[in-house]
Design a protein around this ligand. Structure first.
Ligand code: DQA
Length: 143
């Protein structure tokens, strides 16, 4: 059992190679290491996962029921499309922080809708990889 589940959606496994001018140069492994270090400093434990598959993310969210105290999610493109992830997150009665490396509101119109936001305690966007550390700090105050 861990305190915080950190979930990452499709194409985030390609960070480092993927549009570095938008997403920065840190790889997902770098972000994982950053989160592990930050969690240790905050005396918290984290599980860090990524999937390109909507159903797998849904199953991980379901399995976390009553197992974690908070969720950080960068659902990537599924943010803007997935009622299934919205519904799965709705099962939880724990703080959820939505994170985006970029600020989707400053990009294409199709990124302006978030199905996560109505369920999120807060949204951290446009702060790059640092946003994950900030999300952990926020959760520390909530759980
Ligand atoms: C993203 C923003 C999404 O619009 C995009 O589909 C991503 C990454 C971000 O972290 O900035 O894959 O979630």
């Amino acid at each position: 059992m861990v305190d915080v589940l950190i979930l990452n959606g499709p194409n985030l496994n390609m960070l480092g190679l993927r549009e570095p001018e938008i997403y920065g140069t840190e790889t997902l492994n770098d972000i994982k290491a950053r989160c592990t270090k930050k969690a240790q400093a905050l005396a918290m434990t984290v599980e860090f996962k990524q999937s390109n598959h909507e159903g797998e993310l849904v199953e991980w969210i379901q399995k976390a029921l009553n197992q974690v105290k908070g969720i950080i999610i960068n659902a990537a493109a599924y943010t803007h499309t997935s009622v299934a992830i919205h519904d799965a997150l709705k099962l939880h009665n724990i703080p959820i922080i939505e994170v985006h490396l970029s600020d989707p509101m400053e990009r294409e119109d199709f990124r302006h809708i978030s199905y996560i936001e109505p369920l999120a305690h807060s949204v951290i966007k446009g702060h790059g990889a640092k946003g994950y550390s900030e999300a952990l700090e926020t959760l520390k105050t909530l759980i």
